[in-house]
Every structure is written in structure tokens, then in C-alpha cells.
Design a protein around this ligand. Sequence first.
Ligand code: FAS
Ligand code: PHB
Length: 388
Amino acid sequence: MRTQVAIIGGGPSGLMLSQLLMRAGIDTVVLERQSRDYVLGRIRAGVLEQGCVDLLRRAGCGDRMDREGMVHEGTNLSTVNGMFRVDFKARVGATVMVYGQTEVTQDLYAAQDVLGATIIHQARDVALHDLTGDAPHVTWEKDGRSHRLDCDYIAGCDGFHGISRQSIPAESRTEYERVYPFGWLGVLSRTAPATEELIYANHPRGFALASMRNPQLSRYYIQVPLSDKVEDWSDAAFWDELRRRLPAEVAEVMETGPSVEKSVAPLRSFVTEPMRWGRLFLVGDAAHIVPPTGAKGLNLAASDVHYLFEALQAACAGDAAALDLYSDRALRRIWGAMRFSWWMTSMLHRFPGQSDFDQKIQEAELYQLETLETAQAAMARNYTGLPY
Ligand code: FAS
Ligand code: PHB
């Protein structure tokens, strides 16, 4: 087999890149380790920046998002002193789209089907070869046989646990990491959202987040110790703890119900540099991870895709110079979102052993956000998306 761009990973990064390249007349093959149903069964991000929304529309995948997605002009934050709102529209003239990653992935798969994309699922033992040579290629196992795909370029879109980042020699990679001493317990429930917009709650018992997928589907999170497992939390215990952390006026009237999905996710900040090695280009979670507090994970994957698509389009037309700029260009925006996600996480969570001074600094940070328009503008600019 031969293609122009081999894409490792059939999550949002891989599918978005394949869709854009195919629409530009560039041939791709996507290699995905899991089944399609498995990929579509994941519950992850919920908030799309304007840049991600624009990219999905540009890829011809925005129709259902525009019909079913919810445009949010601001968000709420709460402390023990009450709840306040940051108005994105008023501060920076921007909004976000609330539309689940699961739906985004479904729309991308549907669009790829229309284009007749080659997406090989359950590709096992994917390996990358001759990345700095003249014959880059990918091999994998499937149906008891070995397969080979020759290509011009390889996009590593295979997430944090994928093979692509590991295919860059360790001595040629610099990795930056911060692991947070807590996790998020997330619940999806077929209940009406507690409020029209999200609530990020800073509480002495720990962080909580009230989010949603649509008017009948709510998504909630509470900070839990790293040692907690899903089976440690009954639905009743979750709802009780969530109500203790949300503002009383919200907790008293919110609808609860059985969880349709419940999971614990660890939180980390991670970046690997560079994002290019010969003919291999890392995209999305393969290169970076952010704590979900800033709703940046999926959105950073989108800006990586945007930059790499533009560079590959030029390279396939004979101008490979843009490929040399990809890594630095992507990392500039990645570090901006890395900082914001760290800032939101540091401001809103209870850190084990944090001092009274740390607590007062969190309260001062939140008070500035409540009372200073310039502080709100900075948050609004970062939350709705730094420029591409
Ligand atoms: P993904 O991990 O989504 O996709 C990588 C794909 O590559 C997967 O389908 C995987 O099966 C495949 N793969 C892996 N190894 C392979 C191999 N060797 N060969 C072939 N295929 C391989 N972001 C937010 O903004 N908000 C959130 O609330 C949020 N919650 C999250 C919760 C969890 C549990 C996780 C893990 C992530 C969460 N994220 C969140 C971040 C998430 O949305 C990612 O940013 C997003 O999935 C990135 O997309 P990809 O880069 O495509 O990586
Ligand atoms: C979600 O709805 O899953 C969500 C929203 C905002 C975040 C994180 C997760 O910051």
C-alpha cells in the first residue's frame, strides 16, 4: 500500500486531519488500534473554542454542531462567598460552543465515510520506520497478517499512550511534566443541566464542575484523591458531594438521576518538544496533555491540526518550508494553553497540604476575577481561545 500521509490514530486529531487533507485532494490512510465503536464510546471534552468550531465547519463537519450545539457567552465561577459570571462576549467579543467530543468524533467519522476514507481499525502493533530516511513507512498486524504502508509523511495522532512520541529517540526529546495530586470523578446523567452555563466551583471540600451536553444530558465532575476508584463512589454519594460543593441556590433545585457513565481521570500537564522528527509530526495528545480545567485538550488538538494541515498542503504542492516551522508554531500556542490550564487548576482545586497562605492567594485570585474587568478579559481571551 502507498499513500501521501499516513495518520496514526483515529481520534479527533487523526480524523480532523484526514478530513481536511482529503478535501484538499491529498491521499491519507488512518490506522486506529481500537474498533470504531470503542472510539465512539469515549466520553471526553465538552467545550469547543471558536477556532475549533471554524475548523470543523471548514472540514464540512459543522452542520449538526450548528444545529445541536449550544453557544455560551460566558461561564460561572463560585466560591463559599457566592457565584459570579465572566461574560466572554462583553469582555472579548467571543463565545464557546458546548458540543461533546463524542459528537465531534461521530460527525468526523460520518464525513470521512462520505469521502470514502481508508480507516483501518484494530490495527495492532503499529510501528514507524525510516522516519529520517527516504522511505518512511508504517507496519502493523491485522487478521493474523503483517501489513506495510509506504508514505511521504506520518502524522502521529495516537494520543498520550500511543507509539508515535516513543518513536522519536529519547535523547532527541525534551519532556515537561507536572502531575497533579488529585483526579476528577466524572458523571454523565440524563438530567437537565443545573444552570444554563457552566459552573466552576472552588470549595474547601474540593473542586466541582457543572457542565452539560444538551438540555437533557448533564456532565458533572468533582475533585477526588488520586487513590479513589469509580467503585468507591455510589451515585448517591456523588450527588451528595456535588451538591455540597455547588452554590446552595443551585444545589437545592438541581435534578439528579442515575449515572449513564462514571469515570475517574488523572490530571497532568505534559509537553514533548520538538513535535517533529524527520517525516513524523506529532499532533494533539500525542504531544501534549492539559488538565481539563481549562477545556483545552481537544481545542489544542484542533490548532495542531490546523497548522499541520496548512504545512502538509504546501509540502504536497512542492514547498516543504512550512513543515520546518510546524513544531515551533504549534508549541507557541500550546504553551499559552498549558499556562492557562495550570492557572485554572491552581486557582480552583484544593491541594493536599496547601497552607493558609495558599488558600488566601486562591481567594485573592478569584476576587480579582470577580471584580476586575481586565482580569475577566484575560480569562475570557484564554478560555474562548488564543489566536491561531
Ligand atoms: P485521543 O487520545 O483522543 O485519540 C488517539 C487515538 O489513537 C485513539 O483512538 C487511540 O485508540 C489511538 N491509538 C493509540 N495508540 C495507538 C497505536 N499504537 N496505534 C494506532 N492507534 C492508536 N479535553 C477537554 O478539553 N475537556 C475534557 O473534559 C477532557 N476530558 C478528558 C478525559 C479523559 C479520560 C481523557 C483521556 C482526555 C480528556 N480530554 C479532555 C482530553 C481529550 O479530549 C483529548 O484532548 C482529545 O481526545 C485529543 O484527541 P487526540 O489527539 O485525537 O487523542
Ligand atoms: C465537559 O463538559 O466535559 C467539560 C467542560 C469544561 C471543562 C472540562 C470538561 O473545563
